[in-house]
Design a protein around this ligand. Structure first.
Ligand SMILES: [Zn+2]
Length: 446
C-alpha cells in the first residue's frame, strides 16, 4: 500500500524504545510510515524533514488495549471520530476496542462491516475484539485472524452480554479454545454482588466499593482461572482492581497456565474514599475502585512485570447520565484523553518507574496481543510516535478534552507530559492539543 508520509529525522531526543530510555538518539522514518533507522549519529538526507526535539521525549504511540467507543449503535455517547481524537490527546495511536452496546460483535460479517465503516472515521489504528456469547459460538471459527481476542463479561456490568453461570462459562471457554482464540474477561461475580446489595444499609448502599466488593472480583477470577485450566484456553483478566486479583493471576502463571492480566490507571491512582467523594458518581466504574493496599500491590505488579500492562476502560457517558442518583447512574468514565499524563502521574505520586509506567501502555500490551508493529521504537516497526516535554505541566480542563463527554473525573488535576505532537505511521496527526487532517486510522486485522 502506498503512503504519502514524508521521511522525518528526529534529532536530539530522549528516546524510549518500549523498554529503555536512550539519550541523544536520532530516529529516521521512511516514506512508507515505518521506522527506517535509529542511532546516536544519524545525518539528514536531502529528503528528510528534520525535527530537533531539544532533549524532549520521543515515545512509541501508546496502545490502549481496553476502550469502548460505542460505534456502531451509541454514537450519541462517543463514536470513533471523537474517541480517536481523545486517544491522540492521550498519546494513543492504537486502540483495541470492545463493543458493549448492541450490536455485539457476534459474527465475522459484523466485525468486517464495522472495520470497513471506520475507515476515514478513526484517527488511530484500531482492532475490535469479538464478542464471546452463546450467540457467537458458531461464528468463532470465522473470526480467526480478524480479532486480537474474544471478550466476555463474567458478571453483569453496564452494557450487554453477561455470562450467567459456570456451565455457560465452560461452554464459552471451550468454544474459544477450539477456535484458537484468547479470552479476555471482565471478572466480577454476580452472586457475591447480589449478597452485598441485600446486606446493604442506608449508609453503605451508595458505596460502590461495598456493592461490588473485593470478594466479587476474587470469586470471579478464581472461577475463570479454574475453567480456563479445565478447558486449556488462554485467559486475560482485564482491569484487575485488587491485590488478591493480581496475586491469583501471578500464581496461575507460575503454575505454567496461560493466564495474564492488565489493570487500569484508576486502580493505580485512586482509592475508594476519594472515589466515593467525587461528585456525580464520576468515579463509579466496574470493577469498583478499591483500597490503598490494592493500589500499592497493583503498582508493584506493573513494576515487576507480573501484569501485562494497563488499559483505560475508556467508557464515555454524558454527565447528565452520570449525575443521576447512584443506583441509576451508569458505570464508567472517559479517560483515554489523559492516558500518558496519568501514567506519568503514577510515577510522580507513587514511585512507579518511568520505564515501567511507559512500557505498561506501549510494549507490554503490544506483546500481549501480538501487535508486532506497535508499541515499540524499532527498525521496521510502524512510525507511531509521540513527542512530549516532560517538564511542562498543565491543569486538566475537562471542557477542552477532544472526546465527546467533555467531563473527566481528573478535572482540575495538575499533570505533566501531555503529547505535543503525535505521528501515525509517519504522518503528523496531532499538534497543539488538536487532531490534524483527515482521519487515516486503519484496521489492524483486515
Ligand atoms: Zn470495559
Amino acid at each position: 500500500m502506498t503512503s504519502s508520509a514524508p521521511s522525518h529525522l528526529f534529532q536530539n531526543c530522549l528516546l524510549f524504545d518500549g523498554v529503555h530510555f536512550l539519550e541523544g538518539f536520532a530516529l529516521r522514518t521512511d516514506s512508507q510510515g515505518k521506522i527506517a533507522e535509529m542511532g546516536p549519529d544519524l545525518n539528514p538526507n536531502s529528503s528528510d524533514l528534520v525535527v530537533d526535539l531539544n532533549g524532549r521525549w520521543l515515545l512509541p504511540g501508546l496502545v490502549d488495549c481496553h476502550v469502548h467507543f460505542r460505534e456502531p449503535g451509541l454514537v450519541r455517547k462517543e463514536g470513533y471520530l471523537t474517541g480517536s481524537a481523545g486517544a491522540l490527546h492521550g498519546g494513543v495511536t492504537t486502540v483495541l476496542e470492545i463493543q458493549n452496546n448492541p450490536p455485539l460483535m457476534e459474527s465475522a460479517a459484523l466485525l468486517r462491516k464495522k472495520m470497513e465503516d471506520l475507515r476515514g472515521v478513526s484517527r488511530v489504528d484500531y482492532a475490535p475484539y469479538g464478542s464471546l456469547t452463546r450467540a457467537s459460538i458458531g461464528a468463532l471459527e470465522g473470526m480467526k485472524g480478524l480479532v486480537p481476542a474474544v471478550k466476555c463479561f463474567l458478571g453483569a456490568s453496564t452494557g450487554s452480554g453477561g455470562v450467567k453461570n459456570l456451565p455457560e462459562m465452560r461452554e464459552l471457554f471451550s468454544a474459544a479454545q477450539r477456535a484458537g482464540h484468547q479470552v479476555v474477561a471482565h471478572c466480577e461475580d454476580d452472586e457475591v454482588m447480589r449478597q452485598a446489595n441485600k446486606a446493604a444499609s442506608p449508609e453503605t448502599a451508595s458505596r460502590h466499593d461495598l456493592m461490588r466488593p473485593v470478594e466479587a472480583e476474587t470469586k470471579s477470577i478464581q472461577d475463570a482461572i479454574s475453567v480456563a485450566e479445565e478447558t486449556g484456553v488462554r485467559l486475560h483478566v482485564f482491569h484487575i482492581s485488587t491485590k488478591i486479583g493480581a496475586e491469583l493471576v501471578r500464581q496461575a502463571a507460575q503454575r505454567g497456565l496461560p493466564i495474564t492480566g492488565t489493570t487500569g490507571p484508576q486502580y493505580l491512582l485512586v482509592e475508594a474514599n476519594e472515589a466515593a467523594r467525587a461528585p456525580q458518581n464520576r468515579f463509579k466504574v466496574n470493577p469498583s475502585i478499591k483500597y490503598a493496599e490494592d493500589r500499592i500491590a497493583l503498582i508493584s505488579a506493573i513494576e515487576e512485570g507480573l501484569l501485562q500492562g494497563v488499559g483505560t476502560d475508556h467508557a464515555p457517558h454524558p454527565l447528565e447520565d452520570k449525575a443521576r442518583p447512584y443506583q441509576k447512574a451508569p458505570s464508567g468514565f472517559p479517560s483515554i484523553d489523559l492516558l500518558l499524563p496519568l501514567m506519568i502521574s503514577a510515577h510522580d505520586r507513587f514511585g512507579l518507574s518511568l520505564e515501567r509506567a511507559l512500557a505498561a501502555v506501549t510494549l507490554d500490551p503490544a506483546e500481549e496481543f501480538g501487535l508486532k508493529q506497535k508499541g515499540r521504537l524499532a527498525v521496521g516497526a510502524d512510525a507511531d510516535l509521540v513527542v512530549c516535554d516532560p517538564e511542562t505541566s498543565k491543569v486538566v480542563k475537562e471542557s477542552e478534552l477532544p472526546s465527546k463527554s467533555k467531563w473527566s473525573p481528573y478535572n482540575g488535576r495538575e499533570l505533566r507530559a501531555f503529547p505535543e505532537q503525535v505521528y501515525l505511521r509517519g504522518k503528523l496527526v496531532f499538534e497543539n492539543g488538536k487532531p490534524i487532517g483527515k482521519p487515516c486510522g486503519r484496521p489492524l486485522f483486515l
